[in-house]
Design a protein. Structure first.
Length: 281
């Protein structure tokens, strides 16, 4: 069997190993994801993303977390999928439509002076706010400032799905917050039947916040695009921030907007290709 050809890419440091499945097939992506994601014995990544042909869009993406579990959607990852597909000639569409497990997403691409994609704006669609559909085991129409206890402390959380589940918790100082303790405890809390991505957020103004993320299946990550989108929505629902938000993440900044006219969330940020190589079969 031939070695697997891959490309390492990242969006604000949220890095994945990307495989072009227009030319090759990955038989067991869950296992491959665990192997290549290892930062000591593998390539090192937050997971594996397959770029595939689609019958309903320009390209299709499948994403697998570092623990091998398959995710529905990745905001930073989909920008990199669009960059790869455009830069490597898989499609010339702009806007580009990408099929994901959370539906088809539309992406507007910005190119640099070399003609390569440098930045992208993703229409993330409408947030899902019904607890049973997020899913989170809570009664009522929405989860806004719902109490959750972990490791002897109680937090107020707001739950949002952007195709994958998110819990947003506001804190006074993210730099001093113990992410390593509370992140995994809340990720696997009984209230979340499919686990959850957890974001701890410090608000600076109506239009600016800093966040840190414990990502479901991957642990601490430098950026989470769907999470930043959820933070934008949660800020409006709780009255802490407005519909336009500049989110500071450990890996850099994302611009978010929850459009009032149609309820769609838009996310703008960079996409970068790092290197390519071969992984032994």
């Amino acid at each position: 069997m031939c070695a697997m050809q891959f490309t390492k890419m990242h969006g604000l440091g949220n890095d994945y190993v990307y495989v072009d499945c227009f030319e090759q097939t990955i038989d067991d992506p869950a296992t491959v994801a665990q192997q290549v994601s290892d930062r000591h014995f593998g390539i090192g990544a937050d997971g594996l993303i397959l770029i595939m042909p689609s019958e309903v869009a320009d390209v299709r993406m499948r994403m697998f977390n570092a623990d091998g579990s398959e995710g529905q959607m990745c905001g930073n990852g989909i920008r990199c999928v669009a960059k790869y597909a455009a830069d490597h000639g898989r499609t010339s569409a702009n806007p580009m439509r990408v099929e994901t497990a959370a539906g088809i997403k539309t992406i507007d691409l910005v190119t640099d002076e070399t003609g390569r994609v440098s930045q992208a704006t993703v229409d993330m669609g409408e947030p899902i706010l019904v607890p049973a559909e997020i899913p989170v085991a809570l009664e009522g129409g929405r989860s806004i400032n719902s109490p959750i206890s972990a490791c002897g402390q109680t937090f107020a959380m707001t739950c949002v799905s952007m195709g994958n589940p998110h819990a947003v918790i506001y804190v006074d100082d993210v730099a001093a917050f113990d992410l390593a303790t509370f992140g995994p405890a809340i990720e696997s809390h009984d209230i979340f039947p499919e686990r959850v991505n957890v974001h701890f957020v410090q608000v600076h103004s109506d239009s600016e916040a800093t966040m840190v993320t414990w990502e479901r299946g991957s642990g601490p990550t430098l950026a989470c695009g769907t999470g930043a989108s959820a933070v934008c929505v949660a800020g409006v629902l709780t009255g802490k921030t407005g519909r336009a938000l500049l989110a500071h993440l450990p890996g850099g900044d994302l611009e978010l907007a929850w459009r009032e006219s149609d309820g769609h969330v838009f996310m703008t940020g960079p996409a970068s290709e790092v290197f390519s190589g071969e992984w032994p079969a």
